[in-house]
Design a protein around this ligand. Structure first.
Ligand code: MLC
Ligand code: AMP
Length: 497
């Protein structure tokens, strides 16, 4: 039998199991055997579209059980899965398809018209998920392709300081090792039922939630979107939930969140964005549960976690996970003592091998010694708990989605009448941070914020578009000419209060 490092351990070993894997409110109910069979036939459908091991599949589809089976099919066929946020516009898609050299772009019927020309431009095929699913119904299971631990399983695009997204390459072992570590750290077993309400095009919903479920043989209640009512309704049948902080603040706003409602749950995990200590405490007051906060990244999967047994400290992201090294360093990359702030670096089997086709960018962030520079600023306590105190990278995290200001600034600067702009995040009660832009007009011009907003519609995903745009005379700059974003953040701090 051929060995496929990720597929065998996550999916293949369950092939004969009638244990439940996934239930969706639409009535879908898959056992593990159903899921493995679906994946095998979808892999057959992919093969009939000419896909070979190593080929990239770009997938931009609404959350659906078949989209998860397509991920498993991609592992099985030895392809490289490239999930894309459904909020991305065709203009954004262009870069992902072109840069990755994807052989196939999978979309939904309502986006086919916009996606097909992008795929055509780069010689990629286009298929809807529904069409692939129909093909799968009649397809023979594709053979399991051989995949070694270091072979690529996925590429996830993550934006960068240049405004151009970089493809973070993830190997079979990056995914598998992290799933095994998290399953143990968070005590997942076959008895667990996870509420899965995250999108499945980013690390949190696709890898953390799904791979931990698969690694433990647990089952999931698979919601197609986040809806607090539906989550509360699912809780009596569930044991665990994973979410971004907005999941928790919105549930706290719901009168149905009580001790009784959460009584059968054993674990609430938060990550992808900072959780305020006050949210953590409010949750404990209301439910009696202590949220378990963890810290990760697209490039590294999960790095640290508060302990399952032991002190889950609000405002911290806990301790390095087993097998993962974490250090906080100064400008010369020398570790600083506990209590001092510095750059967080991580090393371990979870850390990616580099960015797709960007060896120089990779070398800047990932040294030959294996330490990856996260761009996050942190401080370690005497007893090893990590707190994230800021970011060196210019990044806004809104509702758990990352927005790189440079990309938004470039889009604004291209508009008529705009001389320059600055984009930054300020506190937002629902999304954690909200995106704000200030623009400086060219001499004699008077750009209209509504027109600017309209101009960004087709260019940037909705969540990247500034919720507030102000026209100002000049950007505040320091003596070196660098825009002082801290001053802007302070000036516009109350934008969403
Ligand atoms: C939606 N909108 C957002 C937004 N999500 N705007 C800013 N930030 C967001 N995150 C837009 C919508 O397009 C809409 O625009 C308006 O805001 C209101 O939408 P909504 O109905 O309130 O939003 P909703 O659909 O409920 O989504 C909110 C959310 C969702 C928080 C449930 O964003 C979400 O699921 N976030 C999770 C992101 C995630 O999985 N991150 C993990 C990344 S992995 P309009 O104007 O059209 O009304 C990672 C690594 C790690 O970071 O450590 O895990
Ligand atoms: P992404 O590029 O989407 O993978 O986002 C990763 C970034 O999210 C990290 O570099 C952190 O800045 C942030 N992040 C993830 N988890 C946490 C957390 N628990 N607390 C604070 N920031 C977090």
């Amino acid at each position: 039998m051929t060995a496929n490092h990720g597929y065998d351990a996550l999916v293949g070993r369950h092939a004969g199991s009638d244990r439940p894997f996934l239930r969706a409110p639409d009535g879908t109910a898959w056992s593990y055997a159903d899921f493995a069979d679906r994946a095998a036939r979808l892999a057959g459908a992919l093969a009939s579209h000419g896909l070979r091991p190593g080929d990239r599949i770009a997938v931009q589809v609404a959350k659906h059980p078949d989209a998860l089976a397509l991920y498993a099919a991609s592992l099985r066929g030895g392809h490289v899965f490239l999930p894309l946020n459904t909020a991305y516009t065709a203009a954004e898609l262009d870069h992902f398809v072109g840069d990755s050299g994807a052989a196939l772009v999978v979309c939904d019927p309502d986006t086919h018209e916009a996606v097909a020309p992008v795929a055509d431009r780069f010689g990629a095929r286009t298929a809807t998920l529904a069409a692939l699913a129909a093909d799968a119904d009649g397809a023979d299971p594709a053979p399991v392709a051989a995949r070694a631990p270091d072979d690529l399983a996925a590429i996830l695009y993550t934006s960068g300081t240049t405004g151009r997204s970089k493809g973070a390459m993830l190997t079979h072992d990056n995914l598998l090792s992290n799933a095994a570590t998290l399953k143990d750290a968070w005590r997942f077993t076959a008895d667990d039922v996870l509420i899965h309400a995250l999108p499945i095009f980013h690390t949190h919903g696709l890898f953390v939630a799904t791979n931990v479920t698969l690694a433990a043989g647990s089952s999931m209640i698979f919601h197609d979107r986040y809806d607090p009512d539906a989550i509360l309704a699912a809780m009596p049948e569930a044991t665990a939930m994973m979410g971004v902080p907005t999941f928790y603040t919105r549930l706290l706003d719901h009168p149905g969140l009580t001790r009784e409602a959460t009584g059968g749950m054993r674990l609430f995990v938060s990550g992808s964005a900072p959780m305020l200590a006050e949210t953590h405490r409010a949750w404990t007051d209301r439910t009696g549960h202590r949220i378990l906060e963890r810290y990760g990244m697209t490039e590294t999967n999960m790095n640290t976690s508060n302990p399952y047994d032991g002190d889950r400290r609000p405002g911290t992201v806990g301790l390095p996970l087993p097998g993962v090294e974490v250090r906080v360093v100064d400008g010369d990359r020398a570790p600083v003592p506990a209590g001092e702030t510095g750059m967080i670096e991580v090393r371990g089997p979870n850390v990616f091998p580099g960015y797709w086709n960007l060896p120089e960018k990779t070398a800047e962030e990932l040294g030959p010694d294996g330490w990856f520079v996260t761009g996050d600023l942190g401080v370690l306590s005497d007893d090893g708990y990590l707190s994230i105190v800021g970011r060196q990278k210019d990044l806004v995290i809104t509702g758990g989605y990352n927005v790189y200001p440079k990309e938004v600034e470039e889009a604004l600067d291209d508009q008529p009448g705009v001389l320059e702009s600055a984009v930054f995040g300020v506190a937002h009660p629902d999304m954690g941070e909200g995106v704000v832009a200030v623009v400086v007009p060219e001499a004699g011009a008077a750009p209209d914020p509504d027109a600017l907003r309209a101009a960004l519609e087709d260019r940037l995903a909705r969540f990247k578009q500034p919720r507030r745009i102000e026209v100002i005379d000049a950007l505040p700059r320091n003596a070196m000419g660098k825009v002082q974003k801290a001053a802007l953040r302070e000036r516009y701090a109350d934008s969403f209060a």
